[in-house]
Design a protein around this ligand. Structure first.
Ligand SMILES: [Zn+2]
Length: 128
């Protein structure tokens, strides 16, 4: 079950609008470098200071998946790494703590689903 942000296309451009995208689709895994127990509200407050949403999906410490941007829209997750990328971020700071088992399970299911739908091999799943 994926909870979707209200108006989750807010301020996002379709990838096609950029007109220069020949890169193969890839999945990029991030951590938020923040509180593992942050709420949706915390995330939204954070996002208000960003020009664009950084992640398509955020996975909470309890395993809930929160979709912030449609996959066909571009999110700005990494410099020069946004065309044709699906950005997924796990809440937490993994230099100091580990992802929870619930996060690992949800991430595994989500990544498998995206890979199947978009025909993305493991070799194009990266961490950032
Ligand atoms: Zn990152």
């Amino acid at each position: 079950m994926i909870e979707k942000e209200q108006n989750y296309e807010y301020q996002q451009k379709n990838v096609a609008d950029y007109g220069h995208d020949n890169s193969p689709p890839s999945i990029i895994i991030h951590h938020t470098a923040g509180n593992q127990n942050a709420t949706h509200a915390d995330v939204l407050v954070n996002f208000q200071s960003w020009t664009r949403r950084g992640y398509h999906y955020i996975i909470h410490g309890n395993g809930e998946i929160y979709q912030s941007v449609q996959e066909h829209s571009m999110s700005w997750g990494a410099k020069n790494q946004n065309s044709n990328r699906v950005h997924i971020s796990l809440m937490g700071h993994f230099e100091n703590e580990h992802p929870t088992q619930a996060q690992i399970n949800s991430a595994g299911q989500l990544i498998a689903d995206i890979r199947r739908r978009r025909n993305i091999p493991y070799s194009r799943v990266f961490t950032h």
